[in-house]
Design a protein. Structure first.
Length: 158
């Protein structure tokens, strides 16, 4: 899932808490993170090399969202992932942090310490609910979050 912020969380000395971060969120979206690396095998490079490879981030897309997210169970959403119309993952919950709000609060404070903060319109993803799935060139990838919608990605043939 991804979260679009509607209010700024500027850098400051005092840490942000969950209530302030939650109040700054405008909408929630189904999302797909595309993992891509320059390394021959993605598992073996040491941490700093992965960081230099932009964390293996190759792209990101998100679907239409909802501003009615506060009543949702963010810790246990029902999610699914399809590649070329075939189910590859179905989960309830599964976020690596346990709850995406933990990641959002951490990011707000980390970005603030770096002097950046979070700006209105920023979209933040909070990690995988389905785990890593491999898709080849030309594949169509669909991620669904029950009651929220879907995100779709078509990988180029090039």
């Amino acid at each position: 899932m991804a979260f679009r912020f509607g209010k700024a969380l500027p850098p400051r000395r005092e840490p942000y808490g969950e209530a302030e971060v939650s109040a700054a969120i405008y909408s929630i979206h189904p999302a797909i993170e595309l993992v891509e690396t320059r390394f021959e095998t993605w598992e073996t490079p040491p941490g700093l090399a992965k960081l230099a490879d932009v964390g293996s981030n190759g792209g990101f897309c998100f679907g239409a969202g909802s501003t009615e997210w506060r009543s949702r169970d963010l810790a246990r959403p029902a999610v699914s992932l399809e590649i070329d119309g075939k189910p590859v993952a179905e989960r309830v919950g599964g976020n690596t942090a346990g709850h995406p709000m933990r990641t959002l609060v951490w990011l707000a404070n980390h970005a603030g310490r770096l002097g950046h903060g979070i700006k209105p319109g920023d979209v933040v993803t909070t990690g995988s609910h389905t785990g890593l799935a491999f898709a080849g060139r030309g594949s169509r990838v669909t991620a669904r979050v029950a009651g929220l919608g879907e995100a779709n990605l078509v990988l180029s043939e090039i």
